[in-house]
Write a protein that binds this ligand. Structure first.
Ligand code: ACM
Ligand code: ZN
Length: 493
């Protein structure tokens, strides 16, 4: 039986007569509107066909169709290939489809076919935690390139946490000078672990991602998960310290003091930096796992509760979220928060309507947010979206000891049962999260990510009616060759 073994499975594949032989590097030409996509694709083909030996051509055509976002039509004939698309993202997806087929080509050639394809969800993301462990620029670029081959289009970059601050903020130089390194206290000798991305490196990653139609969404986690900030600027805490950049993992009671006006200067400097660097409309402001312990006792925090007329300590977090979101609004940006930000429902009604909720403690936060009319990105730890958990129930496996079902991830649907059409429309999509407490090297990260990224891609791209776990697993045995050609280590199921 003919099969192109593509992942994610396209919306429609119709086989036609003949085969397409590709003896050498294909020549790609067409509408100058797609120049940037041609440049990237030529680079990708150079890696696949190192010897210059002209093969048959790929022609790119721009078609009208304002409705057809990210759509492509790929026609493979014995005489050549045509990709038609209305927008740049669509043509890029079509080229990635061809890239997949070239990667698994054999002597028989590629069967001729007509493919029509488009995504089910606009937000198809992956988060990488670069605080708990630091990942290099070449690895991040390699990962983004591999994501784009699977039509994953958002890279959520977790840049700050208790264990390290990874982005320079000009007005706060100690964030990187002190906050980017942690003492390895389990060692007897004195050693530090860490790193940060320079402005130039951040620009390089954003540009690399942009031409691959991947949007980089930065996360600065506030007001909790901020021990790296407090180690650098202890005056911003409730107790004054002493603080250190953490080398343990968990939820710590030391968070930014809600009563300290300095928090707003810091946030302004961070948001100005992000606004000048990142073209994305979105800034993730974290908001997860904030301990209220010190806020409840701190005189400055208690003073703020009176001033802001909040009855419960949790109201302080809501107040902070509201103000951070408004500050982003002034800079033309939209806030995304982890689902804790809407725990205090009354207060959450005051947030800007466009604030996006990222549902991670199961789907409950997302289900609640759509009822409040808010956009949602699902990344429930209950449905296989937490890629830091083990892939198999075995001590031989890396990762947190909560094995996840691969088939459950494959079957994952960001839409919850019982949602109304209006609520469904508010679910933009989903993403996988790789937290890296236990992931100290990029090879382990790759192993945790793949083939889960492949299953996630299909969950978010492929129409429900085309999905079948057994067929997916069969295709995956071929697709593994593509991962190998990208030098990606993956788990075998
Ligand atoms: C989270 O996993 N703390 C968002
Ligand atoms: Zn305080």
């Amino acid at each position: 039986m003919k099969d192109l073994n593509m992942i994610p499975m396209p919306a429609s594949v119709t086989f036609t007569e003949g085969v397409f032989y590709c003896a050498g590097r294909p020549k790609v030409t067409g509408d100058a509107y797609f120049e940037a996509e041609m440049v990237v694709f030529r680079g990708q083909m150079q890696a696949l066909f190192p010897r210059e030996k002209p093969g048959l051509g790929i022609a790119l055509k721009r078609i009208p169709g304002g409705e057809k976002r990210e759509y492509y039509k790929l026609t493979i004939l014995p005489t050549g290939v045509t990709i038609e698309a209305a927008d740049n993202a669509g043509v890029y997806h079509g080229l990635q489809a061809m890239r997949q087929l070239f990667m698994t080509r054999d002597k028989e050639g590629i069967p001729c076919a007509v493919i029509e394809d488009y995504p089910q969800f606009p937000w198809r993301g992956l988060m990488l935690d670069c605080s708990r462990h630091f990942f290099t620029v070449p690895f991040i670029k390699k990962l983004i390139d591999a994501l784009s081959m699977h039509h994953i289009n958002k890279f959520h970059w977790h840049l700050t946490d208790d264990q390290g601050w990874r982005i320079p903020i000009k007005q706060y130089p100690l964030l990187t000078e002190i906050g980017s390194k942690r003492r390895e206290s389990r060692r007897q000798d004195v050693r530090y672990y860490g790193g940060f991305y320079t402005v130039k490196e951040i620009e390089e990653i954003i540009a690399w991602a942009a031409v691959r139609h991947v949007e980089v969404v930065p996360e600065i986690d506030l007001p909790g998960h901020t021990l790296a900030v407090l180690a650098a600027y202890p005056g911003l805490g409730c107790t004054g310290g002493p603080y250190r950049v953490e080398d343990r993992f968990g939820i710590f009671d030391d968070v930014l003091c809600a009563g300290n006006e300095g928090m707003w200067d810091l946030a302004a400097a961070i948001f100005d930096t992000l606004s000048s660097l990142f073209p994305s409309k979105y800034v993730h402001i974290g908001g997860d796992e904030v301990s209220f312990k010190h806020w409840a006792e701190c005189p400055k925090c208690r003073e703020k509760m009176k001033e802001w007329d909040v009855k419960e300590v949790s109201g302080l977090q809501a107040h902070i979220t509201r103000r951070l979101a408004a500050m982003l609004g002034e800079r033309g940006k939209i806030a995304i928060g982890w689902d804790e930000v809407i725990d205090n429902e009354e207060e959450a009604k005051q947030f800007p309507q466009e604030l996006v909720v990222m549902s991670w403690r199961g789907r409950a936060g997302g289900d609640k947010a759509v009822k409040m009319g808010r956009p949602v990105i699902m990344t429930p730890n209950s449905d296989g979206c937490y890629f830091d958990y083990r892939q198999k129930d075995s001590l031989e496996e890396p990762g947190q000891p909560f094995p996840q079902s691969f088939s459950r991830l494959y079957e994952f649907n960001p839409i919850s049962p019982g949602m109304t059409p209006q609520e469904e429309a508010l679910v933009w999509g989903a993403q996988g999260n790789l937290w890296t407490e236990l992931i100290y090297a990029s090879k382990i990260a790759e192993y945790m990510l793949f083939p889960r990224v492949c299953a996630l891609a299909e969950a978010l791209w492929t129409p429900q009616s085309n999905k079948n776990f057994d067929a997916f697993k069969r295709r995956l045995t071929i697709h593994n060759r593509r991962l190998e050609s990208l030098d990606i280590l993956y788990c075998r199921y």
